[in-house]
Every structure is written in C-alpha cells, then in structure tokens.
Design a protein around this ligand. Structure first.
Ligand SMILES: Nc1nc2c(ncn2[C@@H]2O[C@H](COP(=O)(O)OP(=O)(O)O)[C@@H](O)[C@H]2O)c(=O)[nH]1
Ligand SMILES: Nc1ncnc2c1ncn2[C@@H]1O[C@H](COP(=O)(O)OP(=O)(O)O)[C@@H](O)[C@H]1O
Length: 206
C-alpha cells in the first residue's frame, strides 16, 4: 500500500519515554499528527475517550478485527491495541505525515504493509533507569512493573529490526535525534519526487 505522506512508527518498552517524546515532537512540528489507537484496556487517571485512546470492550475490539478495520493490532501486557484504518487513512491520502505510537509487534506489521514507513525504537539508558521511570510515573502497581520489565527484555531484543534506535538518556538530546530523523525522511522523500518546491517545503524554506 502506498500513500503520499510520510509514516513514522515509534516503539519502546513501557516507561522508556515514548509518549513524552512523541508529545514534545508534536508540539514542535505542526505538520505531524499522531494516530489515536483503539484499546480494550480501561482508562487510567486523566485519560479521555478519543484523546489518548478510543476505549472499547474486548468484544467490540474483536468484532472490529473480524470486520478488517485495523491496519495492525496486537495484544500487549494482556490488553488489545490496534490502529484503525479510519484513524490514519484519510490523513495519509492527503499527503500528510502521521506518527504511530505502538508496540514492536504492531510496528513490524506496519512495515510489511507500508515498506516506506520509518521505524524508530526508543531505548532507556539502562534497565535500572527504566524501572525508576516506571516507578516514578506512579500509575503502575509493583507486580505490573515486574511484568513490564520482563516484557522490556523481549521488546529490546527486537530493536535491530528497526530503522533507527534512539537512546532516551537526556530528554532534549533524544528529542533532537527524533527531529533529525523526521527531517531527513521528509527531505529524502521530497527529493525522490525531484521537485525543487517539495524539497524547499521539506526544509521549511517554502
Ligand atoms: N500494536 C499496537 N500497540 C499499541 C497501540 N497503541 C498503543 N500500543 C502499545 O501498547 C503498549 C501499552 O500502552 P499503554 O497501555 O498506553 O501503556 P504504557 O506503555 O504505560 O504507555 C505500548 O507499547 C503502546 O505503544 C496500537 O494501536 N497497536
Ligand atoms: N529522558 C528522560 N529522563 C528522565 N525521565 C524521563 C525521560 N523521558 C521520560 N521520562 C519520564 O519517564 C516516565 C515514563 O515516560 P512515558 O513517556 O510515560 O513512557 P512510555 O510512553 O514509553 O511508557 C515519565 O514519568 C516521564 O516523565
């Protein structure tokens, strides 16, 4: 499948800082939009239906899977998550850029479907720091933290299948790396079209 916009996929073990980094990236870059996923997990804290996720029941999720409404879906930490076609197709058809913040299984499914998608894996600087971030966030029970730490080892073992790996030690440095990846991809894509105006647009020099 091919659409005219760029597609960026960001994955990371839980607590590595993916949501904070993508949020900061979106604030800096008005041309990027994040896709809102569907999930069968219950909302946490201040989360709102249609803002962080579309929260639906496991039964609704399964019937959407059967109707072929997802580009990809996966079970993560015991809950179901998926990227619906409706959430990104329209935007991509318009040639706009989309970021998917999903787990590594979903990222690899997206790469099969959209070989031009740019896959970025966010790494924590150490296992200890990952545990501390999960604990500091304060919304995750101790036994859940243990499960996430165990999953993190499985997830990090897949990092070599990604196009880029960004280490989130110092937040601003990791954000800078992400910005560089987005910029480079835009430029590469624009130059493939061999038009000066698209190259200038990608460089923010319209
Ligand atoms: N495959 C897939 N994974 C998703 C999707 N949406 C979120 N995830 C992943 O599901 C995992 C759990 O997310 P969440 O429940 O928000 O918890 P968090 O890891 O603490 O932020 C994270 O790795 C997300 O990236 C999706 O649409 N598809
Ligand atoms: N570079 C960093 N240094 C220290 N803490 C960070 C850094 N990046 C993110 N955090 C913090 O770590 C916790 C997990 O980040 P979050 O973005 O929720 O992770 P994820 O979406 O990957 O689960 C949050 O409390 C966040 O503020």
């Amino acid at each position: 499948m091919e659409y005219p916009g760029n597609l960026f996929v960001v994955a990371a073990p839980s607590g590595a800082g993916k949501s904070s980094l993508v949020k900061a990236l979106l604030e800096l870059d008005a041309k990027l939009a994040v896709s809102i996923s569907h999930t069968s997990r219950a909302p946490r804290g201040q989360e709102q239906h249609g803002r962080e996720y579309w929260f639906i029941s496991p039964e609704e999720f399964r019937s959407k899977v059967e109707r072929g409404e997802f580009f990809e879906w996966a079970e993560v930490h015991g809950n179901l998550y998926g990227t619906s076609r409706a959430s990104i197709e329209e935007r991509m058809k318009q040639g706009e850029d989309v970021v998917l913040e999903i787990d590594f299984q979903g990222a690899l499914q997206i790469k099969q479907l959209f070989p031009y998608a740019v896959l970025v894996f966010i790494l924590p600087p150490s296992w200890d720091e990952l545990r501390q971030r999960l604990t500091r966030r304060g919304d995750t029970a101790e036994e859940v933290i243990e499960r996430r730490m165990a999953n993190a080892r499985i997830e990090v073992a897949q990092a070599h299948r990604f196009d880029f790996v960004v280490v989130n030690a110092v937040f601003e440095t990791a954000l800078f790396d992400l910005k560089a990846i987005v910029h480079a991809q835009r430029l590469k894509y624009a130059s493939q079209r061999r038009s000066k105006s698209t190259v200038f647009k990608a460089l923010d020099l319209p």
